[in-house]
Design a protein around this ligand. Structure first.
Ligand SMILES: Cc1ncc(COP(=O)(O)OP(=O)(O)O)c(N)n1
Ligand SMILES: Cc1nc(C(=O)O)sc1CCOP(=O)(O)O
Length: 523
């Protein structure tokens, strides 16, 4: 069975005047790999008739047919198998009634149901509902892509898995990219009704869906979010150059690339963030009107957002998205919003202090007091960032006395900085600004040198370039400049420190990084 593009039929959702069998044939031409006949209102005789004709058409394309719920109909037409819900006939009974070779799938919507399905030894599971859908009245909560990840983590690796519920072309990449277990296991396919059935051109729609699905399922780097291919940034870079050398060069390159960095941030941080962007040689734009987000996402190099709902445009345009979950642990509202956001768009980098990263990770070692962190700190901060990076499929940056950065594989510890940094407002925000600036610069460089199109989801990547390097560079730029500022004779406290910091960021050069950076590659 090839589960890549699993069509569940829905005759009630066909466009007016479109014949079901013609639409089915078009979707098969487009590459649908398995068809489930789902009839909720027809009587048995009509169901059998529809299933039989469906099977005749599918057999011409060598595509297997599965029957929804009804063992008797599956037996009547000698279907390849059945799909059962949690309240349908028990799996064990269906197994006894059906031929040994029959494929049996089960719907699951929680890790517990996935563990039960694993014990039963079903052939595949349908995981959902991933997104909201009107194709059926949902009895369960939407699980989101992170729910898919949790279910896949609980599922036996032998059991195949398709995702279902509200999957459309515009959320397919997020679904496949985000719906991944911590082990790196992803979905084996996507099941859809309306996106194909209601399409005026089911063949083209199926083709497009399949192309994207295959780019993820056959992805060459299954465990990497950002494959560490060598990036020929400039003549000063060699693929094997060490991290500090590459950071130093990126700081230099950014001044000539002048990335346009879109930032949606707190009023208190806005001026500072804009000044830091300028000092790093980039260009800030602090627009907030929702109506201009789509246009801006095409022109900008990166987006930094604390709380907002505009991440989709950046994802669609293939631009890096830095998420700063400011004080996420401080209120239930912020926690709910952060989870909703992370469910619906893909962050490239999440940056936070210990309380923010702890809240997103569900850890209690550090808690929030407003925007600040209180508590003993994490016993193993490297593992905390690594685990969150794996879960959220992005880079995670934990700021503090030491800064910890991980892409889910490597853990990097940076130990620069000065206590005065903690004394100015929005110091965390400006680290986000610097990271977004370097993500933007890397995005420009990668596109320029590897000649990838503006948006290329062909190989399952949302953004191109080494965003781990960008994150380390952002952290080092601020912390090294902070050391330089604090050492100046004209700096006497936080009041004089802030303008000095902007000055030092403005003159920050590769030699400062090379002389001062304290970077440890933990793994
Ligand atoms: C592939 C796939 N996954 C899930 C379902 C849902 O099945 P079920 O829970 O039985 O709900 P109904 O389809 O019967 O409404 C499915 N049909 N296919
Ligand atoms: C049949 C079905 N089962 C679901 C589940 O979550 O178990 S969601 C769903 C409907 C899928 O249709 P569409 O692709 O149009 O959203």
């Amino acid at each position: 069975m090839d589960y890549s593009l699993y069509l569940v039929t829905g005759r009630h959702l066909l466009p007016p005047g479109v014949d079901y069998y013609e639409s089915l044939e078009e979707s098969l031409k487009g590459g649908v790999t398995v068809v489930q006949v789902r009839e909720k209102t027809e009587d048995t005789r009509a169901f059998v008739e529809i299933a039989k004709r469906t099977q005749e058409i599918c057999s011409r394309y060598k595509v297997p047919v599965i029957i929804n719920d009804r063992i008797d109909v599956a037996l009547a037409i000698n279907a390849v198998g059945v799909h059962l819900g949690q309240t349908d006939m028990p799996y064990e009974t269906a197994r006894q009634l059906l031929p040994e070779s029959a494929v049996i799938g089960l719907s699951v919507s929680s890790p517990e149901e996935a563990r039960t399905a694993s014990k039963l030894g079903v052939d595949y599971v349908g995981i959902g509902p991933i997104w909201w859908t009107t194709s059926k009245t949902l009895q369960k909560d939407v699980i989101g892509v992170r729910g898919v990840g949790a279910i896949l983590s609980a599922l036996s690796p032998q059991i195949k898995a398709v995702g279902i519920g509200g999957v459309k072309q515009n959320n397919l990449i997020r679904t496949l990219h985000g719906g991944v277990a911590v082990s790196g296991r992803g979905l084996d396919g996507i099941a859809v009704i309306s996106e194909i059935v209601s399409s005026p051109d089911p063949c083209t729609t199926a083709q497009r869906l399949l192309r994207t699905i295959l780019s993820f399922i056959e992805r060459p780097f299954p465990h990497f979010l950002f494959p560490p291919w060598p990036l020929p940034f400039s003549p000063t870079h060699t693929p094997n150059a060490n991290l500090t050398q590459r950071v130093a060069s990126l700081i230099d390159d950014t001044r000539s690339l002048t990335p346009l960095v879109h930032q949606i941030t707190n009023a208190v941080a806005m001026t500072q963030s804009a000044n830091v962007t300028l000092a790093l040689g980039a260009s800030p734009i602090m627009a907030t009107a929702p109506a201009e987000m789509e246009d801006l996402s095409k022109a900008t190099s990166a987006l930094l957002v604390n709380f907002g709902t505009i991440g989709h445009s950046a994802n669609r345009s293939g631009k890096p998205l830095v998420f700063d979950p400011v004080a996420v642990g401080a209120t239930t509202h912020r926690q709910k919003t952060a989870h909703e956001l992370l469910n619906t768009w893909q962050a490239t980098v999440i940056k936070g202090n210990a309380a923010e990263i702890g809240a997103l990770s569900g850890l209690k070692e550090v808690t929030s007091r407003g925007v600040d962190s209180v508590g003993p700190g994490f016993s193993d901060p490297g593992e905390v960032v690594k685990a969150l990076a794996l879960r959220e499929r992005c880079i995670v940056v934990l700021t503090g006395a030491d800064d910890w950065i991980s892409d889910g594989q490597s853990i990097i510890k940076c130990s620069n900085g000065n206590l005065l940094l903690a004394g100015i407002t929005a110091s965390g925000c400006i680290v986000g600004t610097a990271i977004a600036t370097y993500c933007g610069a890397i995005n420009i460089l990668t596109r320029k040198h590897s000649k990838v199109p503006a948006v290329d989801h062909g190989n399952g990547r949302l953004v191109h370039g080494d965003m781990l390097l960008a994150s380390v560079t952002g952290v080092l730029a601020i912390t090294v400049a902070a050391e330089m500022a604090a050492e100046r004779p004209d700096v006497h406290g936080t009041g004089t420190f802030l303008p000095a910091l902007i000055d030092e960021l403005g003159r920050l050069a590769p030699n400062h990084i090379l002389a001062r950076a304290k970077v440890a590659h933990i793994t």
